[in-house]
Design a protein around this ligand. Structure first.
Ligand SMILES: Cc1ncc(COP(=O)(O)O)c(C=O)c1O
Length: 377
């Protein structure tokens, strides 16, 4: 007679519990080093406050309400989300001021935004009259609207003040829409390695935004807020005098790509995000195979770095990571050893994980849900 197995539900044990030492964490798991994280949050806030510029960190970097609330406690005016769906967990967690740093692409999206605007102060970008029409039809509460300009990235945004003025007509004709100002975000500048070159491109982007602001001013149109900027350009965004609000996001974590930029010391944020991974095979004894591959790490901007070990992560399979020693004399990690990886790109890596394990001095302190992850729409 064959064995019969009872049908049951089997719960996956938690990856870690508060109080656990780090080496007990089940892997692969995303870790947040709290001391570095808190210093990053405080440092960015202090820099923005000293410049008299509002900080509205981009929550697409972390997708984690606990982090948004920490940034707001430190002085941030609210957060940005790139997708309207991602704003939902933040509103549910009590964030009451969210800028959608993006355009709506359908009446359905405008309807979702209208729903959220009943629960929080929301704002959004437009760069086409149809978006204004969808928003005007969907809303039953007031909404702040930014006209996005293209400061050189050639993604969203209109090109000049004349185009802004053409959108202002229909925007101001809608009683629920309030023109708040401009969004001018230049993504390509962020990862330019040389600080001098980055500064130059950021200055050109700021000059384009400044010329639109001046042309609007000459026509009697005031931009109350000019929002934009990121972790790589913030030094220049704050000094340029045109941005009234900065949207940097990755600075809370940093990643291997951002770490490759050249910064002035004051602008190099600390690595706070790690992927905990374990050696799960050594093959014939000469190999190092980790349990972290494409399903736990985004590699769009490059492979992860191995933190403070003379090892190179050289290839990512779905659920395997292949690591080489940098020199034959380097110690060979043993089966089961915990290695910390620095993800190549923080934002899409967060999107792969349900939780962030926050630790301090080698001990787990809290488990934070990455509540806005995986919201593909
Ligand atoms: C519109 C917008 N603002 C701000 C940011 C934040 O940039 P970072 O995470 O590089 O600081 C991004 C990132 O892509 C963005 O798309």
């Amino acid at each position: 007679m064959g064995m019969s197995y009872p049908v049951t539900s089997i719960a996956l044990p938690p990856a870690a519990r508060p109080g656990d030492p780090l080496d007990r964490v089940d892997t692969p798991a995303l870790l947040l080093e709290l001391d570095a994280f808190e210093r990053n949050v405080a440092r960015m806030q202090a820099a923005c406050s000293a410049a008299g510029v509002a900080l509205r960190p981009h929550a697409k970097a972390h997708k984690t309400p606990a982090i948004a609330l920490a940034q707001i406690r430190a002085g941030a005016v609210g957060v940005c989300c790139q997708k309207i769906s991602e704003a939902i967990p933040f509103v549910e967690a009590g964030v009451r001021d969210i800028h959608i740093s993006n355009e709506v692409g359908s009446p359905a999206k405008a309807a979702l935004l209208a729903q959220l605007a009943r629960h929080a102060r929301m704002s959004v970008c437009v760069d086409h009259p149809a978006q204004i029409e969808w928003l005007a039809q969907a809303l039953d509460t007031p909404l702040d609207v930014f006209i996005e300009i293209n400061p050189g990235q050639n993604r969203c945004g209109v090109n000049d003040a004349e185009a802004v003025l053409r959108l202002l007509g229909p925007l101001q004709a809608s009683p629920r829409l309030r023109f708040k100002g401009l969004q001018a975000y230049h993504g390509k500048v962020q990862h330019v390695r040389s600080r001098a070159e980055r500064g130059e491109i950021a200055r050109q982007a700021a000059d384009r935004a400044a010329s639109v602001v001046a042309a609007l001013d000459a026509r009697g149109v005031r931009c109350e807020v000019v929002t934009g900027g990121g972790t790589g350009s913030v030094e220049f965004d704050l000094a340029g005098g045109i941005y009234t609000e900065v949207q940097a996001g990755s600075y809370v974590f940093m990643d291997a790509d951002y770490a490759r930029n050249d910064y002035a010391d004051a602008w190099r944020f600390e690595q706070a995000l790690f992927l905990a991974s374990r050696v799960m095979s050594v093959g014939d004894g000469s190999r190092i195979v980790l349990d972290a591959g494409l399903k736990s790490l985004a590699v769009d901007t490059g492979l992860p770095d191995v933190w403070e070990r003379p090892l190179d992560y050289v290839s990512a399979n779905d659920e395997h990571g292949i690591v080489n020693k940098r020199s034959p004399e380097a110690p060979h990690p043993a089966l089961g050893d915990l290695l910390l990886l620095v993800p190549g790109h923080c934002d899409p890596t967060l999107n792969l994980h349900d939780e962030l394990i926050a630790f301090r001095k080698g001990v787990v302190e809290a488990i934070w849900p990455v509540a806005a992850r995986g919201l593909s729409r």
